[in-house]
Design a protein around this ligand. Structure first.
Ligand SMILES: CC(C)(COP(=O)(O)OP(=O)(O)OC[C@H]1O[C@@H](n2cnc3c(N)ncnc32)[C@H](O)[C@@H]1OP(=O)(O)O)[C@@H](O)C(=O)NCCC(=O)NCCS
Length: 214
């Protein structure tokens, strides 16, 4: 893929399903394998819109009109996360749907529905701390598997940094975990500044927080 052909622009409501499809391709294979199509769709839509709703900067990357990546940036004002009103109504609708579904879901599905929200709550606590990295947060960066490894992740992080600097952030942090591509951030020179083991339910799940200059 030639990065010159990639357009990076604000995410729109009409992109919701395309962005959810990327999330799905990365993290919902167990639902797809089981044939739980409606749950797969709800998990992917709810989690991506949840991140958009707390990201004043929500971007997508597209090639030839096809959305291939999303990158969302959050900002903290005196420790409080700024929201993105454009996504609020869609978030509220999907939150209600996810809450209803969770009432009869097993633990795995409940975790897929609300695990990211719990991780985000951990991020918000970090954002409210006196850490020097608590200015901004890279909330989401996801790239369709067939477009990974072409430099787009690095490019999106550069664009995210530019937006954070424009919003007055000197430093930022991001949350990842030991089941995601955390080595990418170390490769880009970011520093692991905290770990959270509180979501380890015996399965060894660890949340990592990385920080860097904006
Ligand atoms: C992680 C991700 C955003 C990286 O984007 P990408 O477009 O594939 O990465 P790039 O091609 O821009 O790579 C930039 C550099 O990082 C390196 N890199 C990429 N992924 C890496 C990984 N998982 N581990 C170590 N280094 C990695 C590349 O080799 C490249 O190095 P170079 O520029 O020095 O040659 C993308 O692979 C992705 O969406 N992964 C799945 C979702 C995910 O895990 N998101 C992040 C964790 S929450």
């Amino acid at each position: 893929m030639d990065l010159n052909n990639v357009v990076i622009r604000p995410a729109e409501l009409a992109d919701t399903d395309a962005i959810a499809d990327i999330y799905s391709a990365l993290w919902c294979s167990w639902l797809r394998r089981g044939g739980f199509t409606e749950d797969e769709r709800l998990v992917a839509r709810f989690n991506t819109v949840m991140q958009a709703q707390c990201s004043p900067i929500a971007l997508v990357a597209e090639v030839d009109g096809k959305v291939i990546a999303a990158c969302y940036v959050g900002v903290y004002d005196n420790g409080a996360p700024r929201t993105n009103p454009y996504w609020q109504q869609t978030y509220d609708d999907l939150f209600n749907q996810a809450t209803v579904r969770a009432q009869t879901a097993d633990d795995n599905l409940e975790g897929s529905l609300f695990g990211d929200s719990r991780e985000k709550a951990t991020g918000n606590r970090f954002g409210a701390s006196d850490s020097p990295y608590a200015d901004g947060q890279l909330n989401l960066i996801i790239i369709l598997p067939e477009y990974q490894g072409c430099g787009l992740g690095r490019r999106l992080i550069e664009v995210a940094r530019e937006h954070m600097r424009e919003l007055g952030c000197k430093r930022f942090f991001l949350m990842t975990d030991n089941r995601s591509d955390w080595e990418f951030y170390e490769h880009l020179g970011m520093e692991r500044v905290a770990e959270d083991h509180s979501q380890d339910t015996g399965d060894g799940f660890i949340v990592y927080i990385y920080g860097d200059l904006a």
